[in-house]
Design a protein around this ligand. Structure first.
Ligand code: DAH
Length: 354
């Protein structure tokens, strides 16, 4: 065979390569690629005709060597091109399968938020008081020592003013500033509200309070309180009992009974602690009430004259006040035994409060 003919064969091989590449680029189904493979690389395929030339004795040894090399190179290129196309089709098929959609399936609902059980409890408590004429006001979490203690008739030597006992004091930026702290109760808002206002009024004050308590199942360094204050001529302890009984029945049911036990608070005189007939055993005695039949839920009393004096109200002003812990009430209401659950943000817990 003339060298020229070898050149022609090489040209034909190049053409086979480019035709195949073109055919592959149009093949969009695996079967089409397989067809091309059989046509070019199959036993009776195009490339084999050229391999057959090697055994027909028409070529010199040198030509055989040259053609053999060329044929192997072309074969490799064809195999590679076919394989690549096959892979690409497999990939798009896979991708198509994974995005395949069923338009009749319901959509994915966005996660809706909801009120924290403590917020729910606060709202429920406030709503009942609002229904009997109380307004809601809010105070400050950072308070002065004057509002948190002095004006509430809590003297400097009172143990609740010690750092380790009840109080987180805040650092002062300048010596001349009043001493500040994270409020240990919501009672200072009694003072803030009365300063610059005249009775009659009745308010409830929800808010967060802080104490350096070690955390356990019933204590936390922060919790929530709701304070109440009513000031008007002629108010009696009977009015206080009535208001709290109406609230407790709204909160825990119309059969709810309260017990007022004499107690001491510096800012009320007389003062009482209020117990709720145990809502779990109806007063018979159980594990929750420690067999007592009663659950302590709040403190209250007639506002001490020293408190009115601190805000400049005249002698003879009359009012009552009360304060309750929200977590305690929420725990009773929902049957929760550990206060820490409220602050851990565990959705498994929180999602149980619709
Ligand atoms: N401030 C009290 C406390 O944190 C609760 C309290 C008791 C508030 C009696 C009152 C009240 O207004 O009259 O323990």
């Amino acid at each position: 065979m003339e060298p020229l003919e070898i050149g022609r064969i090489e040209q034909e091989l190049e053409k086979l390569l480019s035709d195949t590449a073109q055919a592959l680029s149009k093949a969009d189904q695996p079967v089409a690629v397989e067809e091309i493979r059989v046509k070019t690389l199959g036993r009776r395929g195009g490339l084999n005709q050229f391999f057959n030339l090697l055994g027909q004795g028409v070529l010199t040894a040198e030509e055989k060597g040259r053609l053999g090399q060329k044929l192997n190179a072309v074969k490799q290129k064809l195999e590679q091109a076919i394989q690549e196309r096959q892979k690409k089709l497999d990939k798009t098929a896979g991708a198509r399968a994974s995005v395949s959609e069923d338009p009749t399936l319901p959509g994915i609902l966005p996660q809706g938020g909801r009120l924290h059980p403590i917020s729910q409890t606060i709202l429920e408590i406030l709503t009942i008081f609002q229904e009997i004429g109380f307004s809601v006001v809010e105070g400050f979490e950072g308070e002065t020592e004057f509002h948190n203690f002095d004006a509430l008739n809590i003297p400097p030597e009172h143990p609740s003013r010690t750092e380790s006992f009840d109080t987180f004091y805040l650092a002062k930026e300048r010596d001349a500033e009043p001493s500040r702290l994270l409020r240990s109760h919501t009672s200072p808002m009694q003072i803030r509200f009365m300063q610059g206002r005249q009775p009659p009024f009745r308010i409830v004050v929800p808010g967060r309070v802080f104490r350096p308590d070690a955390v356990d199942a019933s204590h936390c360094f922060q919790f929530h309180q709701i304070e109440g204050l009513a000031v008007a001529p002629g108010l009696t302890f009977g009015d206080l009992k009535g208001v709290l009984t109406v609230w407790a029945r709204g909160m825990f049911g119309s059969q709810t009974r309260l017990r007022f036990r004499p107690h001491y608070f510096p800012f009320t005189e007389p003062s009482a602690e209020v117990d709720l007939a145990c809502i779990f055993c109806a007063g018979k005695g159980c594990r929750v009430c420690g067999q007592k039949g009663w659950l302590e839920i709040l403190g209250c009393g007639t506002v001490h004259p020293a408190v009115f004096k601190a805000v400049g109200y005249p002698v003879g002003t009359i009012g009552f006040a009360f304060g309750m812990g929200v977590e305690r009430i929420a725990m009773l209401k929902f049957g929760i035994e550990d206060i820490r659950l409220f602050f851990e943000n565990d959705l498994r817990f929180l999602q149980q409060f619709p």
